[in-house]
Design a protein around this ligand. Structure first.
Ligand code: GTP
Ligand code: MG
Length: 255
C-alpha cells in the first residue's frame, strides 16, 4: 500500500528535520507531505533543504495560519489527488513516535482507520506533568461519554486512514478548525460504520518549540461535541454518511 504521512506545521523549525528523518527511516515506503502555514520561523526553509525534498518529502505552503483542521483538509485533498492508498496524520512536534508507523499501516490490512492510541493496553504518555495528563484524560472521557464513541483514545492525533475511509467520511467537508478536527473525524468514522482499530503508542511531550493549544481551541472542541450530540439525538442534522461507501455527508454549515 503506498502511503503518505501528512504533517501540519506552524513554527516547528526546531523539530521538523528530526520528524522527517524519523519518518523516512521508520517507514521506507512512505512519503511525507508537510503543510506549512507560512511559519515565520522558517520551518519551510528546513523542509526545502532536506535531501529528500522533491523526492519523498513534499511541501504544501499556505499563505498564513489558518488552524490545524484547515491544514489537514488541504493535506488530505493533496494526498487523495495524488492517489495514495493510505494517509497518515502526525504532529510535527515529536509527540508521535515514527517507529509505530509500520504497526499503524499494517493495522489497515484489517481496519479502515487505525488510531495510535495512548489509552489502550501497551499505550502510554511520557513526560507530561500530572496536570496535563489529567486534562487529556478528562477531555477524552468527556468526548467518549458525550458522543458515545467505542474507542479509548477519541482525541488522538496520530491516525492512519485507508483512502476509501477518508472519502466515505467526507473528510474534506469536516468543519473543525483546531484540535477538534481529531475528534470530528473519529466520530465521523464511527458513525459511518467503518472498522476502527487502536494501536498502542507511547506519546511524548513536544520536543522543542511552543504549543499552539489555546482556550479558543479547547472551547471549540467542548462546544462542537455537545452540538453534534444534540443534533444526533434530536435528528436535527446528520453531518456524516450513514455507512461506508454511502452517499456523501451533508455539510452542516451551521456547525
Ligand atoms: N499548518 C498548521 N499547523 C498547525 C497549526 N496549529 C498547529 N499546527 C501543528 O499541529 C500540530 C499540533 O500542534 P501542537 O501545538 O503540538 O498542539 P498540541 O499537540 O495539541 O499541543 P501540545 O500538547 O502543546 O503539543 C503541530 O505539528 C503544529 O505545528 C496551524 O494553524 N496550521
Ligand atoms: Mg503537540
Amino acid at each position: 500500500m503506498n502511503s503518505v504521512v501528512v504533517v501540519p506545521t506552524y513554527c516547528e523549525a526546531a523539530n521538523i528535520t528530526a520528524v522527517l528523518d524519523g519518518v523516512l527511516a521508520a517507514s521506507p515506503d512512505s512519503d511525507l507531505l508537510v503543510v506549512d502555514d507560512n511559519s515565520p520561523d522558517g520551518t519551510a526553509v528546513r523542509v526545502r533543504s532536506h535531501p529528500q525534498f522533491g523526492h519523498r518529502v513534499h511541501l504544501l505552503q499556505r499563505p498564513g495560519k489558518a488552524g490545524l483542521g484547515a491544514a489537514y483538509r488541504a493535506g488530505f485533498a493533496w494526498a487523495l489527488e495524488a492517489g495514495y492508498d493510505a494517509v497518515v496524520q502526525m504532529d510535527a512536534d515529536l509527540s508521535h513516535p515514527p517507529e509505530r508507523l509500520p504497526a499503524l499501516l499494517e493495522a489497515l490490512d484489517r481496519a479502515d482507520v487505525a488510531i495510535g492510541s495512548r489509552y489502550v493496553r501497551g499505550g502510554a504518555v511520557r513526560d507530561w506533568p500530572l496536570r496535563r495528563r489529567l486534562i487529556s484524560w478528562a477531555g477524552n472521557v468527556y468526548v467518549r461519554l458525550v458522543l458515545g464513541l467505542p474507542v479509548r483514545d477519541a482525541t488522538a492525533g496520530f491516525k492512519a486512514f485507508r483512502r476509501e475511509a477518508l472519502t466515505s467520511i467526507a473528510v474534506l467537508d469536516s468543519v473543525s478548525n483546531g484540535y477538534c478536527f481529531q475528534i470530528e473525524n473519529t466520530w465521523r468514522a464511527c458513525r459511518a460504520g467503518l472498522t476502527v482499530t487502536e494501536v498502542p503508542i507511547t506519546f511524548s511531550d513536544r520536543g522543542l518549540g511552543e504549543s499552539k493549544m489555546s482556550p479558543a481551541i479547547v472551547r471549540e472542541a467542548l462546544g462542537r461535541v455537545v452540538v453534534w450530540r444534540w443534533r444526533e439525538l434530536t435528528g436535527a442534522s446528520v453531518a456524516v454518511p450513514r455507512a461506508a461507501g454511502g452517499p456523501t455527508g451533508q455539510r452542516d454549515a451551521a456547525a
